[in-house]
Design a protein around this ligand. Structure first.
Ligand code: GAL
Length: 649
């Protein structure tokens, strides 16, 4: 395992650099990320470049055996650029230009920006092409889907539409535009979803397509930058760093043309009081691994209490700095880079804490980081191992967009069911993959397919085949609801999945913040929430019925034997304990061995290669945990990770 830090030499007095580099070396830092916001120092005046300082710090770190990730600094063009090209800032939804001087606010399709971006990228990549210390390039920083509403972007959006639909009639038909007399008669009438009126008045078909376009637009920009970098640095790995932001690009498209995934990982520092609230970042880590189905990097990792655009939050309690990094490793991140070395003393982010506080006196968090660096050395042999799983959870960025565009009911959001189902399988001590719904699933035994909202027939057919061949699938409410244009399908739900599920939904009750009861065949009663599908079984068996509401006695959860396998359908959003029970029953039925009786929020993952299995047991709680796995007694301190190796037979 390799540990790194994000470092901003441009913001520190030169007199601090040497001591910082020494301390990094002594502590065991192996990678430093540099320069993603440093354009104004790299090109202080138009066409006048100053790489002296960057050469110096790279040299200083390289001398100490530290490797460098360099970033294209395109997130923040300098002020002289905006002064000359004021139109290069993004345009907001209401037609106003964004205020300059904050970050990430250049329009990525603006021709002037692109010209200057190309020059700085070419100059930088030429300069560092032969520098052996530079091991990777990061494109920009946390690029979001392109929600700019300037004339250039509107033009691009219309071209995207023309390219997709060819004729205006096809758009009108796909979107059902006759509603509210919205039919277009020319391409110029097609506007992106802007204006001051609420989004809820817009056609969800247009909104979904706009999200697709906005993602494609940023992906095009990423690929453009990647190509520029490759011209001078063909052998250096290229990535970009992502997080689960509001305008998320489609991660699968985003990383297709890049060499590896980087994720910015900020797990919670305040654990929720409500035991129903899932706080493990394991789901996100597994999702990141699933984007390229390979190991990945954390490019920014929690280092201190967070705060800047929000009031300051709790400082990481003892064990979190180290434990959360090791957790990322246990889920497939071979390199974990901590954000940031020292807390910024100036600028908007001065309350977002790094490993070292403003005083520059290394404290408790730094000591823990130093322990992490030591432990990382012992895990070197475990890099390049794989995480193999019998269980996959399907994730769809489009379904997530569609749920954001039309919230289904109060409190319901797309990620809730995938995360709760994920927790249920994690609680059985198993590796779980989170992959795109478009991936091949034939190597798995259990496929969890929550909220298959936008329907692709090929996906429905694939799941049918998977079950016919002996697999187990778990489908849920809000499946088969929409066609690919985000229009409702005129069939009883779950429409394309009906024969697989062996049941249809007679009616549904979006109960939102209310709750209802369900009763299992063994008589046990659980609460459910958000949504109740009233299920009419055709060939399916009933596993649970509602125990309240006017549909008391009607099916809530079913199982259909289909070919050689089973299709489960969960019509409501359950308590975590019920998902846990269902997961155990399903694993027993699918004959997948699992660990019984793990305490809540203890995670076990296994990394494997030809010769060995390495098991990680992580206590993701702030309590000591004592439990048994078979005849092993295990004790874990808060956020402690235990690792053991076994030889593969
Ligand atoms: C990240 C971002 C960093 C920094 C950090 C803390 O999401 O990439 O540049 O802003 O948040 O605020």
């Amino acid at each position: 395992m390799r540990i790194g830090v994000d470092y901003y030499p441009e913001a520190w007095d030169r007199s601090l650099w040497e001591a910082d580099a020494d301390l990094m070396q002594q502590t065991g830092v192996e990678v430093v990320r540099l320069a993603e916001f440093a354009w104004c120092r790299l090109e202080p005046e138009e066409g006048v470049f100053d790489f002296g300082w960057l050469d110096e710090i790279i040299g200083m770190l390289a001398e100490r055996g530290i490797r460098i990730v360099l970033c294209t600094p395109t997130n923040c063009p300098p002020m002289w650029f905006y002064e000359k090209y004021p139109d290069a800032v993004q345009t907001e939804k209401d037609g106003h230009k964004t205020r300059k001087g904050i970050r990430g606010h250049r329009c990525i399709n603006n021709a002037d920006f692109l010209r200057y971006a190309e020059r700085i990228i070419e100059t930088m990549t030429k300069r560092y092409a032969d520098n052996k210390a530079v091991i990777a390039w990061q494109i920009d920083n946390e690029l979001e889907a392109n929600f700019c509403f300037c004339d250039t972007c509107i033009g691009k959006y219309r071209s995207w539409m023309k390219n997709k639909y060819s004729t205006i009639e096809a758009v009108n038909k796909a979107y059902g535009n006759v509603m509210w007399s919205g039919e277009y008669s020319s391409w110029e009438q097609i506007d992106p979803p802007f204006g001051s009126y609420p989004d809820a008045w817009l056609n969800p078909s247009l909104m979904l397509d706009f999200n697709r376009y906005a993602s494609d637009s940023v992906v095009e920009h990423i690929n453009w930058q990647a190509e520029l970098i490759r011209k001078n640095c063909p052998d250096t790995g290229i990535t970009t760093n992502v997080w689960f932001c509001r305008n998320m690009p489609n991660f699968y498209d985003e990383f297709k043309g890049l060499d590896f995934i980087s994720y910015d990982n900020y797990p919670v520092t305040r654990l929720p009081d409500n035991p129903e609230e899932c706080y493990s970042h394991a789901f996100h880590l597994d999702l990141m691994r699933g984007v390229k189905r390979s190991r990945f990097w954390i490019m920014e990792q929690l280092s201190g209490g967070l705060g800047c655009w929000a009031p300051m939050g709790r400082t990481p309690s003892p064990g979190m700095i180290k434990g959360y990094s090791l957790q990322a490793f246990a889920h497939g991140a071979d390199t974990v880079v901590h954000f940031r070395w020292r807390t910024a003393a100036g600028g908007a982010e001065m309350h977002w804490h790094g490993l070292i506080d403003h005083s520059n006196v290394p404290g408790r968090r730094f000591e823990e980081f130093a322990e992490l660096c030591e432990e990382a050395k012992t895990l070197k042999a475990v890099c390049n191992t794989e995480i193999r799983s019998d269980i996959a959870i399907l994730y769809s960025p489009e379904d997530e967009y569609a749920f954001k565009i039309q919230p289904q009911t109060n409190g319901m959001y797309y990620m809730e069911q995938p995360m709760m189902l994920h927790s249920a399988f994690v609680k059985c001590g198993l590796n779980v993959d989170v992959i795109s719904q478009l991936e091949d699933v034939s190597g798995y035994k259990v496929v969890v397919a929550p909220e298959m909202y936008i329907t692709y027939d090929a996906v429905a057919k694939k799941l049918e085949r998977f079950v016919k061949n002996g697999g187990t699938v778990i489908l849920t409410n809000r499946s088969g609801v929409k066609d690919e244009y985000n229009k409702c399908i005129m069939q009883q739900l779950p429409a394309a999945y009906r024969s697989l599920v062996g049941a249809y939904v007679e009616e549904y009750d979006p109960i939102g913040y209310d709750s209802a009861d369900i009763r299992l065949t063994d008589g046990s009663v659980y609460k459910c929430r958000r949504w109740c599908d009233v299920i009419h079984p055709e060939t399916a068996d009933v596993l649970a019925v509602y125990d309240s509401e006017f549909y008391k006695g009607k099916a809530a959860i079913t199982r259909n034997r289909y070919g050689g396998g089973n299709a489960y359908y969960i019509g409501t959003v359950c308590e975590q304990s019920l998902y846990n029970k269902l997961a155990r029953d399903i694993l027993n039925e699918a004959q997948i061995a699992f660990v019984e009786g793990l305490p809540d929020n203890v995670e076990i993952t296994t990394r494997t290669n030809e010769t060995m299995n390495v098991r990680f047991i992580f206590n993701n709680t702030n309590r000591e945990q004592h439990f048994c796995i078979g005849d092993e007694d295990i004790s874990l301190a808060p956020f402690e990770m235990k690792t053991d190796k076994s030889i593969r037979e």
